[in-house]
Design a protein around this ligand. Structure first.
Ligand SMILES: Nc1nc2c(ncn2[C@@H]2O[C@H](COP(=O)(O)OP(=O)(O)OP(=O)(O)O)[C@@H](O)[C@H]2O)c(=O)[nH]1
Ligand SMILES: [Mg+2]
Length: 634
């Protein structure tokens, strides 16, 4: 039958018959790395538990020509799920998901350096009675530490094929492909009900694990990871640890400013040059205005921030892949516990620095529902990378670029303060929410500390490439569209006879901006800023591009060639600039995040609550900032 199947063209019916293989295992054992190697996908791989939080599907064909569909699943310690991501895994293997049959074959991935922990799940899954293969992953590390595993004995004792894999090396998946070919054709089976798993006690499973380990594994007395322990003695030290963490975070923000300047200047010069060329080549008119002020002035001014975003992500990806993140979670657990957050919230919150959406989704790994909700609600207070351009623009315009105390860059310092303001407010909000919701006391943080390793450069490069692609796609699609739309609204209708203001003042956008000015004047925003706030709701960084267009159109004649920072420096007061910075620390304007919150919490109530409290906070913070700055004569 297998031979016939191989010939069939992939009609939908044939695809449905292609056997499904599921990758299952403890968190952080290399399932996703293996999935990527098998399918050529680029799913996120990183060195901490809980990276994968969704079911991802791919396909591959073995060297024997047998096709498989393959599922990458969130890691789990057992099939009795405690968190929403573990539920996904349990439901998929047990065939409980609507529209998904149980997998035809389960590949149980284990970390070969930690079989004692990993084999428990293997024995549990075995009771489901599905065809199974054990993939001993990370054998490269196990061998280095002198751990010898007899795959034949293991296979005999477990009653399933056992293969060695190295998911991060080319060809490291070959043995698994061969084993799959040997299993072909697969007989479709139904899994035993989940209750069969609970029938055997933990004690008994543990005894069985020990028995098998005694037979199959021989490890030297010193098989644990000595280097990681040494590093942890410093990094987790009660005094030195937090200092290292603080210095690390601080360095990131310094780097974002000081390293990015040369490439940013290059992009800016390129865009300006292009604008100049278009101007020289075209007669003055509507089309030229659209190209120069709408597209280059708008999208171009956002594009400039690519280097800063990449530098930020370089650090985030580096920390994710070397194994430091769970340590940081432990260091901050006490602090976070003080405001009623669990240390588990650290990773979702850190992801929110990239974008609140993956952050909100990563909260799935939090067991306690209240903790999870609070984490979701404060995720948007972490400064997402879309806010970076707004901060950077205003800082460049108002904060002098000079050294403080000989080592710090003042602009980097201000950026750090803004990020810090977000974090502090998040803690305050968490504290208040916990008061309202009550709580059943703090739960101890249980998290695996993975072995440290150097980040895989390929991973890092791919991660940066993906980020650059996401950003450029955003600039080329959402941002560009909004910019063109804004240009249209700002250009029509034209100025009336004898107008005293620039034409944009009389345009539709101008009318909207002046309408909104009633609400925002008390916090120091002029009508130009009000115009920029509106498209900023779809994508925050558009606010920068929008200011670019608005001010380009507000200028007369030759001044248009000027770049945005000096223009706003001369037309806003310092209190207005500070007020806008404060606004963006809280800025509730991200519709995509709100819709993710609705999906993840299963209720539109929380999305509204979030939008409401963020708006209120933003307004109050800006009001205070503006008034205080005015009082100090800013
Ligand atoms: N040396 C070595 N490292 C590996 C191997 N497989 C995976 N890794 C590393 O182990 C870490 C975890 O890999 P992932 O693929 O994200 O693990 P996962 O099982 O998908 O983790 P979750 O999604 O959190 O459950 C990453 O840092 C990988 O680079 C391997 O065979 N050898
Ligand atoms: Mg994964």
């Amino acid at each position: 039958m297998g031979a016939v199947e191989k010939q069939v063209a992939p009609t939908p019916a044939a695809v449905a018959r292609t056997p499904m293989m599921a990758l299952l295992g403890n968190p952080n054992c290399g399932k996703t790395a293996l999935f990527n190697r098998l399918t050529g996908a680029r799913q996120k791989v990183a060195n901490y538990a809980g990276v994968t939080i969704e079911r991802k599907e791919g396909a591959f064909t073995t060297s024997g020509g047998n096709s498989f569909r393959v599922l990458d699943l969130p890691g789990a310690y057992s099939l009795s799920a405690h968190t929403p991501d573990e539920e996904i895994t349990r439901d998929v293997v047990a065939g409980l998901r609507k529209g998904d049959a149980a997998p035809d074959v389960v590949v149980c991935v284990v970390n070969a350096t930690n079989l004692r922990l990993n084999l428990r799940l293997v024995l549990e899954i075995k009771r489901l009675g599905l065809p199974m293969i054990l993939a001993l992953n990370m054998v490269d590390v196990a061998k280095k530490r002198g751990i010898a595993i007899d795959a034949d004995v293991l296979s005999r004792e477990l009653g399933m094929p056992v293969v060695e894999t190295v998911a991060v090396q080319a060809g490291g998946e070959k043995s698994l492909l061969r084993a799959l070919d040997m299993m072909w054709p697969l007989s479709a089976g139904k899994p035993n009900p989940l209750s069969a798993i609970d029938a055997v006690g933990v004690e008994e499973t543990q005894r069985e694990v020990r028995r098998i380990l005694d037979l199959a594994v021989s490890a030297p007395a010193q098989s644990h990871d000595v280097l990681s322990e040494k590093i942890d003695n410093v990094v987790l030290h009660p005094v030195i640890g937090p200092v290292i963490l603080a210095v690390l975070m601080f360095l990131v923000f310094q780097a974002v400013f000081s390293w990015a300047t040369p490439p940013m200047d290059m992009i800016k010069d390129g865009v300006d040059h292009l604008g100049g060329m278009v101007k020289d080549a075209m007669p003055d008119g509507i089309l030229r205005s659209l190209l120069v002020e709408g597209i280059l002035g708008g999208a171009g001014s956002v594009l400039v921030f690519l280097p800063q975003i990449l530098i930020l992500f370089f650090f985030i990806l580096f920390l994710e892949d070397c194994g430091y993140l769970p340590r940081a979670a432990f260091l901050l657990d006490r602090l976070m516990g003080g405001v009623g957050l669990s240390g588990r919230a650290f990773i979702p919150l850190l992801s929110s620095f990239a974008c609140a959406i993956p952050g909100v989704m990563a909260a799935r790994t939090i067991q306690n529902r209240r903790d999870r909700l609070v984490t979701i609600m404060i995720a948007p207070l972490m400064t997402c990378s879309a806010r970076l351009p707004v901060y950077a623009l205003i800082i460049a315009a108002f904060i002098p670029n000079r050294d403080v105390g000989g080592i710090f860059n003042l602009q980097g310092l201000v950026l750090f303060v803004l990020y810090f303001a977000g974090i502090i407010s998040a803690m305050a909000v968490a504290w208040v929410m916990k008061r309202f919701m009550g709580g059943e006391g703090k739960q101890p943080l249980m998290m695996e500390l993975p072995a440290y390793h150097w980040p895989h450069m390929r991973n890092l490069a791919l991660g940066l490439w993906e980020r650059a692609k996401i950003f450029l796609t955003r600039v080329g699609t959402v941002i560009l569209t909004l910019m063109i739309l804004l240009w249209v609204l700002s250009s029509f209708p034209g100025a009336p006879e004898g107008a005293t203001h620039p034409p944009i003042y009389y345009s539709l956008a101008g009318i909207i901006g002046r309408g909104l000015e009633f609400i925002f004047a008390p916090i120091g925003f002029n009508w130009q800023i009000c115009i920029a706030l509106v498209p900023g709701m779809a994508a925050r960084e558009v606010a920068v591009g929008a200011l670019g267009t608005v001010y380009a159109l507000s200028q007369s004649g030759d001044e248009v060639a000027q770049t945005l920072a000096p223009i706003i420096a001369s037309s806003w007061t310092l209190p207005t600039a500070l007020s806008l910075l404060a606004w963006y620390v809280f800025a509730p304007q991200c519709i995509a995040t709100l819709s993710t919150v609705r999906r993840e919490t299963g209720s539109v109530r929380y999305a509204w609550l979030m939008a409401g409290y963020l708006f209120a906070l933003a307004y109050v913070a800006s009001f205070l900032t503006y008034r205080i700055a005015l009082a100090f004569g800013g």
